[in-house]
Design a protein around this ligand. Structure first.
Ligand SMILES: *[C@@H]1O[C@H](CO)[C@@H](O)[C@H](O)[C@H]1NC(C)=O
Ligand SMILES: *[C@@H]1O[C@H](CO)[C@@H](O)[C@H](O)[C@H]1NC(C)=O
Ligand SMILES: *[C@@H]1O[C@H](CO)[C@@H](O)[C@H](O)[C@H]1NC(C)=O
Ligand SMILES: *[C@@H]1O[C@H](CO)[C@@H](O)[C@H](O)[C@H]1NC(C)=O
Ligand SMILES: *[C@@H]1O[C@H](CO)[C@@H](O)[C@H](O)[C@H]1NC(C)=O
Ligand SMILES: *[C@@H]1O[C@H](CO)[C@@H](O)[C@H](O)[C@H]1NC(C)=O
Ligand SMILES: *[C@@H]1O[C@H](CO)[C@@H](O)[C@H](O)[C@H]1NC(C)=O
Ligand SMILES: *[C@@H]1O[C@H](CO)[C@@H](O)[C@H](O)[C@H]1NC(C)=O
Length: 755
C-alpha cells in the first residue's frame, strides 16, 4: 500500500464515523506518516504518534495546550540519545499501555555547618503526560527532612508528601524506606504542573556531618531501593543524577466522542477508542484478535491464531478469520474440530445408535435408516469423486499408465485409507517433523515396515509430468545415501509421499545441538560431505534424465545411527504451496541456500545444487546457521560471513572448535577452499558436482582416515569415537550395505524424453 492510499484510508476510517467536517476553520486531520520518518533513535524504536522529524509526530491543534509528541534524537552521543520535552532522556515507549519511560532530575537541598549551601526543585508540566500513579512513588531521602509534591488536579491544587528523620547513620536500614532516613508517598493520579519541593526542620544542625543533602524525587517503583550510602552523597552527586519515571500519555484533551465528532480521532482501522479514567484525552487500542500500533496509518493487523498456538485438534483444521479463528473438520468427518469435540470419521459406528433403538416403531426406524443410508451413500460417492479428481489432478493416471505399461513394481500406490491406518489417522503423536514444506508423520505399514509419510504441498499443474517422472526415477534409485521413496498416494489434494524411515534426525539437528555436535568429529563430517557430493553427482550425471535436487540443505540430509548420510526431498520444488503465506516461509526457510543466480534467471540448474551444497559445507565447518540475525546485518547470510572472514584471513575465528586440531587443519582449509569455489556468484565458475565429489575424495584419501570405504568405522580407532556407537553394537548394521547405484535401466531410458 502506498502512502497516498493511507491518506485515503484515513479519511474513510477515522474511528468508523465520517462526520461531515464541522463548521469553520479548524478541523485537524491527523498527519499521514511520511516516508522520510525514521522509526528509531539509537536502538529505541519510536512508534507513531511519537516521531522525530517535522511532520512525523502528532502535534495537537495549536489552540490546545496539550503536549506534542516530538522526540529529539541527539546524534552526537553513541548510541544516539532520544530526548523528550526539555531534556528528558527517553528509555522506553509503549503504545499498548500508553506509557513513556524517561529520566527525570532530582530535587535536592544541601547544608554545611553554618548554612544552606545549595538547592534545586524539579518541576514539569506536560498536560497530556501525567506521572503514572501505579508505577511510580515519591521518595524522600534525608535525616532532617520534609518534602512534598505540589500540582494541579482537575483545575484544583493538590499536595502530598512525607517526612524523615534519623539521629545516626547506624539507625538506617538498607531496603527500608519507612521514615528513618527515607520515606515514601504514593503519587496521585492525573496531577499536572508538578513541582517537588523539600526543606529541613533544623538546617541539618546535628546531622550535616553524615547527611549533607536532602533529596526528593518521583521514581519508577521497579527502579529504586534505598541504601544507607544514599544519605552521604554530596551536592555534585545529586546535581547530575537522573532517575527513571513512567508517564501515562493520552491524545488531546477531549474524550473519544468529542474527537470522533470533530473528525480528529487518531484511532485507525481495527482499533477502538477509549477514555482512560483520571486523565484527559483518549487512547486507542487494537480490537480483540488484532495486534500492532493502533495509531499507525496501517492500523491493526489480524492475529493469525492458527500459527503456533494449537487452538484446534490439529493445526490443519484451524481456519484464521479477521479478528478470530475457527476449527473445521475435513470432508467426511463430523465434530467441530476443537480439542473438546474431535473430528470423527463418518463411518458405520454412526449408525449403531439408530439400530440400537430398534423395536420402537420399527416402521419409522426403517424409514430413518433408509434415509440415513441414502445420505451415507451420497456422501461416500462424493468423497470418492473428490479423491478421484485429486488423483487425476496429481498425475495419478499418468503414473498408473507408466507403472503398468512397464511392469515396474518398486513403487507402491497407496490409498488414503492405507495411510490413515498406517499413521493412526494422522494423530499428533505421530508427527516427527514439521517445516515450510509440510508435515512428516511416522507410520507403520501392515507388513510392520516403519515409514515416514510426508504430507507436503500441491503439485504445480504445469509440472505434473515432471513430478511423476521424478517420483518414478527416485523410486528406482537404490543408493544407501538416498532416502528410499517407497510409494505415494495421489488421492488427496496434496500428494502423500511414503519414504523409508531414518531414525537419527537431520544433519541440521545434529549441528545445532551442542552435545550431539561435539561428538561429530571432523572425519564424520568429511565423510558426510563426501557421500552427499557423490549422490548429487550421480543424480546430475549418471542418469539419462538428470535430477536436480533443488533444495539442498542440512535439513534435507538425514542420518542413521551410524552417521550414514541419507539425502531426501529431491525435486521438492516441483510442488507449490497452497497459499502465499506458506510460500513466504518456504522461500525463507531455503533462502540462506538459494543460488543467487536464480534471482536473475528464475531457473534452478545443477549448479544451483552446487551452490547450496557449498552452504552445507560451511555449516559442517562452522556449525553456524545459514541465516542468522545474531550476526551483524551484512553477515546475516552465512555465505557472506564466511567469505568475509576468508578474505580477512580469519577463517580460524569461525570454525567449529570441535573439529579444529593440528592434524585436521590442513584438510579443513582445503574444504573451506572448496566451499568458496562452490559459492562463486556465476554458476559457470562453480565446479560441477562431480569435481566436488572428487575433491572431497582426495581430501579424504590424503588424511588416510580410519574409515572403511563404505563410510563405516573401523573398530580399532576408538580414540576418535567417544560416544559414537560402534558398528558391532548394531548387529553389523553399520558396516553392511553395498554402495550400489542400481536402477531399472529400461525404465530410465524410456523416461529419457520426459523433461
Ligand atoms: C541499546 O544499545 C546499548 C549500547 O549499544 C545496549 O547496552 C543496550 O542493551 C541496547 N538496548 C536494547 C534494548 O537493545
Ligand atoms: C479551539 O478552536 C476551536 C475552533 O475555533 C474551538 O471550537 C475550540 O473550542 C478551541 N479549543 C480551545 C481549547 O480553546
Ligand atoms: C547532544 O549531546 C551532547 C553530549 O551529551 C551535548 O553536549 C549536546 O548539547 C546535545 N545536543 C542537544 C541538541 O541536546
Ligand atoms: C519497553 O516496554 C515494553 C512494554 O512494556 C517491554 O516489553 C520492554 O521490555 C521494555 N524495554 C526496555 C528496554 O525496558
Ligand atoms: C559553608 O558554605 C558557605 C558557602 O558555600 C561558605 O562560605 C562557608 O565557609 C561554609 N562553612 C563551613 C563551616 O564550611
Ligand atoms: C496510568 O497507567 C496505569 C497503568 O497502565 C494505570 O493503572 C493508571 O490508572 C493510569 N493513570 C494514572 C493517572 O496513573
Ligand atoms: C543508593 O545507593 C545504592 C548503593 O550505593 C546505589 O546503587 C544507588 O544508585 C543509590 N541511589 C540513589 C538514588 O542515589
Ligand atoms: C465445540 O464442541 C465442544 C463440545 O461439544 C464445545 O464445548 C465447544 O464450545 C464447541 N466449540 C465451538 C467453537 O463451537
Amino acid at each position: 500500500m502506498t502512502y497516498s492510499n493511507y491518506a485515503l484510508l484515513l479519511t474513510i476510517s477515522v474511528c468508523w464515523v465520517l462526520t461531515p467536517l464541522i463548521t469553520g476553520d479548524k478541523v485537524v486531520l491527523p498527519l499521514v506518516i511520511a516516508p522520510h520518518c525514521s522509526d528509531k533513535c539509537g536502538n529505541l524504536s519510536i512508534p507513531y504518534p511519537f516521531g522525530i522529524e517535522e511532520g512525523c509526530y502528532y502535534k495537537p491543534p495549536h489552540n490546545q495546550t496539550s503536549s506534542s509528541f516530538k522526540i529529539t534524537c541527539n546524534h552526537s552521543t553513541s548510541p544516539p540519545t532520544p530526548i523528550f520535552g526539555i531534556d528528558y532522556k527517553v528509555l522506553n515507549i509503549s503504545v499498548i499501555e500508553g506509557e513513556l519511560r524517561t529520566k527525570l532530575g532530582v530535587s535536592y537541598d544541601c547544608y554545611n555547618k553554618t548554612k544552606n549551601t545549595a538547592y534545586w526543585w524539579s518541576s514539569f508540566n506536560l498536560v497530556t503526560f501525567t506521572l503514572s500513579s501505579t508505577k511510580n512513588m515519591l521518595v524522600v531521602i534525608g535525616c532532617d527532612t520534609y518534602a512534598w509534591f505540589k500540582g494541579f488536579r482537575g483545575g484544583r491544587k493538590y499536595e502530598t508528601g512525607c517526612m524523615t528523620k534519623c539521629v545516626e547513620l547506624e539507625d538506617v536500614i538498607d531496603g527500608e524506606c519507612s521514615g528513618v532516613g527515607c520515606c515514601q508517598a504514593s503519587i496521585p493520579g492525573g496531577v499536572n504542573n508538578v513541582r517537588v519541593v523539600l526543606n529541613s526542620y533544623n538546617n541539618h544542625n546535628s546531622v550535616y556531618t553524615f547527611n549533607p543533602c536532602n533529596a526528593a524525587f518521583p521514581v519508577a517503583k521497579d527502579a529504586y531501593t534505598f541504601y544507607q550510602q544514599n544519605l552521604t552523597q554530596p551536592v555534585e552527586y545529586w546535581e547530575s543524577l537522573q532517575l527513571p519515571v513512567v508517564f501515562n500519555w493520552t491524545i488531546g484533551q477531549h474524550s473519544c466522542s468529542a474527537a470522533k465528532k470533530d473528525g480528529s480521532c487518531l484511532c485507525k482501522e481495527n482499533a477502538v477508542c477509549y477514555d482512560p479514567i483520571h486523565e484527559f484525552g483518549y487512547r486507542c487500542n487494537c480490537k480483540d484478535g488484532y495486534f500492532g500500533n493502533p495509531y499507525h496509518p496501517r492500523g491493526c493487523t489480524d492475529i493469525d491464531e492458527c500459527k503456533g498456538a494449537n487452538n484446534c485438534e490439529k493445526a490443519e483444521y484451524c481456519i484464521n478469520t479477521n479478528g478470530g479463528y475457527h476449527c473445521k473438520c475435513p470432508k467426511g468427518y463430523h465434530g467441530n474440530g476443537t480439542k473438546d469435540d474431535r473430528c470423527i470419521s463418518n463411518t458405520k459406528p454412526w449408525l449403531i445408535p439408530v439400530l440400537a433403538t430398534g423395536g420402537i416403531g420399527g416402521g419409522i426406524i426403517t424409514l430413518l435408516l433408509f434415509g440415513f443410508l441414502l445420505h451415507f451413500k451420497r456422501e461416500e460417492a462424493q468423497t470418492r469423486k473428490t479423491r478421484e479428481s485429486f488423483f487425476r489432478q496429481n498425475g495419478g493416471l499418468l503414473l498408473h499408465e507408466k507403472l503398468y505399461g512397464r511392469r515396474v513394481d518398486t513403487l507402491k500406490i497407496f490409498t488414503m485409507q492405507d495411510l490413515e491406518v498406517a499413521c493412526n489417522n494422522y494423530s499428533d503423536e505421530n508427527i516427527i517433523g514439521r517445516g515450510g514444506f509440510g508435515v512428516v508423520y511416522k507410520g507403520i505399514l501392515p507388513n510392520n515396515q516403519v515409514v515416514a509419510i510426508k504430507k507436503s504441498l500441491k503439485v504445480d499443474p504445469n509440472q505434473v509430468e515432471q513430478f511423476i517422472n521424478e517420483v518414478l526415477v527416485l523410486s528406482q534409485i537404490n543408493n544407501r545415501n538416498v532416502v528410499k521413496l517407497l510409494g505415494c498416494c495421489l488421492e488427496s489434494e496434496v500428494p502423500l509421499l511414503v519414504y523409508e524411515f531414518i531414525n537419527n534426525g537431520t544433519l541440521y539437528d545434529h549441528l545445532n545441538d551442542a552435545a550431539r555436535a561435539s561428538i561429530m568429529t571432523w572425519h564424520v563430517r568429511l565423510n558426510i560431505a563426501s557421500k552427499v557430493a557423490n549422490v548429487l553427482s550421480y543424480l546430475h550425471t549418471t542418469i539419462s534424465t538428470p535430477i536436480i535436487h533443488r533444495d539442498m540443505k542440512s535439513m534435507n540430509i538425514l542420518l542413521d545411527e551410524c552417521y550414514t548420510a541419507k539425502v531426501t526431498d529431491f525435486g521438492a520444488s516441483r510442488l507449490i504451496p497452497p497459499d502465499e503465506n506458506q510460500f513466504a516461509t518456504m522461500v525463507l526457510g531455503t533462502r540462506g541456500y538459494l543460488d543467487p543466480e536464480y534471482m536473475q534467471t528464475g531457473e534452478l540448474t545443477e549448479k544451483s545444487d552446487v551452490y547450496s551444497f557449498g552452504v552445507v559445507l560451511l555449516e559442517l565447518l562452522t556449525r553456524e546457521k545459514a541465516i542468522s540475525n545474531a550476526r551483524p546485518e551484512a553477515e546475516k547470510f552465512l555465505t557472506m560471513h564466511f567469505l568475509l572472514k576468508m578474505k580477512e584471513g580469519r577463517l580460524l575465528d569461525i570454525l567449529d572448535i570441535n573439529i579444529v586440531s593440528e592434524k585436521t587443519i590442513e584438510e579443513i582449509q582445503q574444504m573451506a577452499n572448496l566451499a568458496k569455489w562452490c559459492l562463486m556468484l556465476k554458476g559457470e565458475e562453480r565446479p560441477t558436482m562431480k569435481e566436488v565429489a572428487l575433491e572431497l575424495e582426495t581430501i579424504k584419501r590424503k588424511g588416510s582416515h580410519p574409515w572403511n570405504d563404505d563410510g563405516s568405522i573401523q573398530e580399532d580407532s576408538e580414540s576418535l569415537l567417544v560416544g559414537i556407537p560402534r558398528s558391532d553394537d548394531h548387529g553389523g548394521g553399520c558396516s553392511s550395505g553395498v554402495d550400489s547405484n542400481s536402477y531399472d535401466s529400461r525404465l530410465l531410458t524410456s523416461l529419457g524424453s520426459g523433461r
